[in-house]
Write a protein that binds this ligand. Sequence first.
Ligand code: ATP
Ligand code: MG
Length: 391
Amino acid sequence: MFKAFLIKYAEIGLKGKNRYVFENALRDRVKESLDSVGDFNVSREQGRIFIECPEVYDYEEAVAALKRVFGVSSICPVAVIENNDWESLTKGVGDFVETNYPDRHFTFKVEAKRADKKYPYTSPEICIEMGAYLLRRFPELKVDVHEPSVRITVEIRTKAYVYSIVIPGLGGMPIGTSGKAMLLLSGGIDSPVAGYMIAKRGVSLSATYFHAPPYTSDRAKQKVVDLAAKVAKYTGKIKLHIVNFTDIQLYIYDKCPHEELTIIMRRYMMKIAENLAEKEGCLGLITGESIGQVASQTMHSLAATNEVCTMPVYRPLIAFDKQDIVEIANRIDTYETSILPFEDCCTIFVAKHPVTKPNLKVIKNSERNLEEKIEEMVETALNTVEVVVVG
Ligand code: ATP
Ligand code: MG
């Protein structure tokens, strides 16, 4: 059982104050991710995050948690060698091999990294001498410097660390290093993936769901709450705003040409989401739109929807094919929930032949029919938002 982990992160672009913000955020996110697994001690350590494990813990669970932390480039279960003098170092590395590899009929290579450049041996010397030591202690080992089956890495710092397993992390930036954005979260496949992708750049998420009871059921709403919880496994807490959109939809249905319904409805969704985003201190909106996927996502439709917002709208899936989106949805475990067959509010009010090239002038003209009551309805929708915090 490993008593510690060394967490590596990409250092590109990490300078001055950014570096310190990134490292502290990463340390905190790593710590939070492990909170439900056990009492781990997490600290910053010369370009790495160091995790000391409790006496007893579930290794698989700890690794699974660390694999969900943005900003981690790799996860290395390590043995710590308290003193970095040569004798302790060789003995420590030998013990590591003995404990972790009961059957030592394999090829290996030693790799060495020195943080302490004053160390009496250079990295190549450490590799050669350590290799020789291991061969003397375990004659069944064989060296292969080109394609070893086991790479034994020794990092020499104030203490020394030895590892041979490198588990890839998610990459990206730790949550909390890039502000907050409002995700328009539906029950579909795309929007949870879109939220995940933006969050991966360090952005924390709030979310808004437009609910249209009784046309959309409580089960459809629960599905969105469940999806938010799945995304929150990566992002931490998400404050989900559930907007009752029924009256607005019915009003648009009543007053506007049916083929323009989806576009007009989407314009109001964006307006309301932007209003909530401002209140939440968000710096942008996120949607799961992708060019040409449906009538409401042609370039013309996107332009018409976009026009109501002044806040930037992030659409990370804009150039993705559906299959590629499904792949990510599967990987982040939202797909199975997304395909549960509950109606969403867009499907109920869709026209048989929606406009695919909406003309903004025409749309705005139709929206005049809403002048009498729409502001008040938007106000009511904003005042009756139900908030659910997930994660
Ligand atoms: P998704 O799979 O994310 O539902 P979609 O392919 O069904 O997307 P649309 O229904 O046109 O596409 O929605 C486009 C985007 O608008 C969604 O990705 C989402 O960001 C937002 N959206 C749509 N419906 C809702 C809703 N009921 N509540 C919140 N956001 C919504
Ligand atoms: Mg949808």
